[in-house]
Design a protein around this ligand. Structure first.
Ligand SMILES: *Cc1c(COP(=O)(O)O)cnc(C)c1O
Length: 431
C-alpha cells in the first residue's frame, strides 16, 4: 500500500478518535479505560472478508460480547452485510434480536436446558447447536412445550476437538444415529458444521495437514448424511465448515463446494482485526479496538530508588526519573485480580502523537508506572491521554493487540481485547 496514504488514513483516525472522545456524550471520562470502537476499520474489515469468501454467506461471530468490543456497538454496524450471526449466551441473543428480529441466529455452543428453554419461551428463534442424540431430543421436547419447531445446527467433530460435535470416527453407528435424529419431533436440522482449530497454521491441500484431513473427513461424512436427508424427503441443510482462520487457508478453491449446498463462513476475530499474527491472517484488516487512559499524575524518583512490586525496576539515571501514573493495571485491567500480572517484559504505550513510553517495573492490577519521558525526550503531563493498545501510526512500535498479547505472556488476542474492552473500568464508544 502507498505509505503516504496509509499515514494520512492513520492521522485521520487519530483525529476522529480524539474528536469523538471530546464530544461524545457516551464517553464516561470518570472511567479509567476509554475504548474506542473504530467504525471505519470495522466496515473495511467486513468488506475484506466479504470479498474473500465470495458466494458463501458471512456469519458474524459476536460471542463474548463481540470479543469485548460490545455487541450493541458492533452488531448494528455490520449486520446488514451478514447472512447469519452467531453468539453464545442468551444476553447476546437478546441483544442481536433487538437489532434484527429475523436474521438467522446460531448459538455456537451447546446450550443448557435453562438457556434453551428461556430462548424458546422468548421466541428468539435461535438455531441451537447440538452434538448428541439426547440434546436434540431435549431441545425437541422444550420446543414442543411451546408448540414450535427448533432449528438445529448439527455439529460434527471432524477435527477431534472432543467437545461440540458428534464423533465421526465410526460411520456405521453415525448412520444409525442420524436416521433416528432426523425423525425427532419438533426439530429440524437447519445446518451442519464443523470447527477447525488448527487452521491458522494450516498448509492447504497438504494431505498430512490436520485441517485438510479434518475437512476431507467432514465432506465425506456430510455426503453420507445428505443421503439420509434425501431418503427421508427432508430439505437439505446449510453447511458451515470454517472458522475465520481456516477460511483464510482454504479460501480460494473450496473443497466443500462439491456438496453443492448453501455455505456460510463463521468469522469472528478477523472482523475485529485480531488475526494478523496467524500464518493465514486476514491481510489488510485493521484493529477495531483502541483503548487508552488519562495520565493521573507524574511523580519524581531519585537515582537508586525503585519502582514496582519486588523493587523490580531500579532507577539508574543520575538525575532520577519522572514516573507517570496510569489508573489502569496494564497487565490485568480487572479490578479483581490483584497480583496476577508479574511480568517485567519490556513493553510500552503510545501518545496520540506517537511518542513511546516504557512501562517500568512490575505492574499492579489498577495502577501502571511508565516513564514520563518518551524515547524521543518528550514529557507526559497529568491529564494527557495515552493509548494502551492501538494500531494507529505507521510506527513499528504501536502497541497493537498482538504485541500486547505477547507482553502479557502469550495470551490469546481475544483475551486482550476483552480485558481492555469489557473491563468494569472501561467506557466504550463508537467513533
Ligand atoms: C469462535 C468460533 C468461530 C469464530 O472464530 P474466530 O477465529 O474468532 O473467527 C467460529 N466457529 C466456532 C464454532 C467458534 O466457536
Amino acid at each position: 500500500m502507498d505509505l503516504q496514504m496509509g499515514m494520512k488514513r492513520t492521522v485521520t483516525r487519530h483525529e476522529r478518535f480524539m474528536a469523538s472522545l471530546v464530544r461524545n456524550k457516551n464517553v464516561q471520562r470518570t472511567r479509567p479505560v476509554i475504548a474506542g470502537i473504530d467504525q471505519m476499520a470495522l466496515l473495511e474489515n467486513v468488506e475484506i472478508v466479504r470479498k474473500r469468501i465470495g458466494q458463501r454467506g458471512l456469519c458474524a461471530v459476536l460471542k463474548g460480547d463481540a470479543y469485548g468490543h460490545g455487541i450493541d456497538i458492533v452488531a448494528p454496524e455490520i449486520i446488514r452485510f451478514c447472512s447469519h450471526v452467531a453468539v453464545v449466551d442468551n444476553q447476546e441473543i437478546e441483544a442481536v434480536r433487538r437489532i434484527d428480529e429475523n436474521i438467522p441466529l446460531i448459538r455456537l455452543r451447546v446450550g443448557s436446558e435453562g438457556e434453551i428453554s428461556d430462548a424458546a419461551k422468548a421466541d428468539w428463534r435461535v438455531r441451537e447447536m447440538a452434538a448428541s442424540f439426547n440434546k436434540i431430543e431435549e431441545i425437541g421436547k422444550i420446543y414442543s412445550h411451546f408448540g414450535q419447531t427448533a432449528d438445529i445446527h448439527l455439529s460434527l467433530d471432524a477435527a477431534g476437538l472432543g467437545r461440540n460435535g458428534f464423533s465421526i470416527r465410526d460411520p456405521y453407528s453415525l448412520d444409525a444415529l442420524m436416521r433416528t435424529i432426523l425423525t425427532i419431533p419438533n426439530t429440524r436440522v437447519a445446518s451442519v458444521g464443523c470447527h477447525l482449530p488448527d487452521a491458522g497454521s494450516a498448509v492447504p491441500y497438504h494431505s498430512a495437514d490436520p485441517s485438510t484431513r479434518a475437512l476431507n473427513g467432514f465432506v465425506a461424512t456430510v455426503k453420507w448424511i445428505l443421503q439420509i436427508f434425501v431418503d427421508h424427503g427432508l430439505p437439505l441443510p446449510e453447511i458451515s465448515s470454517y472458522s475465520s482462520s481456516s477460511s483464510c487457508a482454504f479460501g480460494e478453491h473450496d473443497p466443500v463446494a462439491v456438496l453443492g449446498l448453501p455455505m456460510f463462513d463463521r468469522i469472528g476475530s478477523s472482523l475485529l482485526g485480531l488475526t494478523s499474527s496467524n500464518r493465514h491472517g486476514e491481510l489488510g484488516t485493521g484493529q477495531v479496538l483502541h483503548a487508552g487512559t488519562f495520565v493521573c499524575d507524574v511523580t519524581h524518583r531519585e537515582h537508586g530508588e525503585t519502582v514496582g512490586y519486588e523493587h523490580s525496576y531500579k532507577i539508574e539515571d543520575p538525575e532520577g526519573k519522572d514516573i507517570a501514573i496510569l489508573g489502569v493495571g496494564w497487565l490485568t485491567l480487572s479490578r479483581y485480580q490483584q497480583g496476577l500480572g508479574k511480568t517485567t517484559t519490556p513493553a510500552h504505550c503510545m501518545t496520540p502523537s506517537g511518542d513511546i513510553h516504557e512501562f517500568l517495573g512490575r505492574q499492579s492490577m489498577n495502577i501502571s508506572t511508565v516513564s514520563a519521558r518518551s524515547r524521543d525526550g518528550r514529557d507526559l503531563r497529568p491529564g494527557e491521554f495515552i493509548y494502551l493498545t492501538t494500531d494507529f501510526g505507521p510506527d513499528e512500535y504501536s502497541p497493537t493487540i498482538p504485541r500486547v498479547a505477547k507482553w502479557m505472556g502469550g495470551v490469546q488476542h481475544e483475551f486482550v481485547s476483552t480485558a481492555f474492552g469489557a473491563s468494569s473500568s472501561t467506557s466504550r464508544f463508537l467513533f
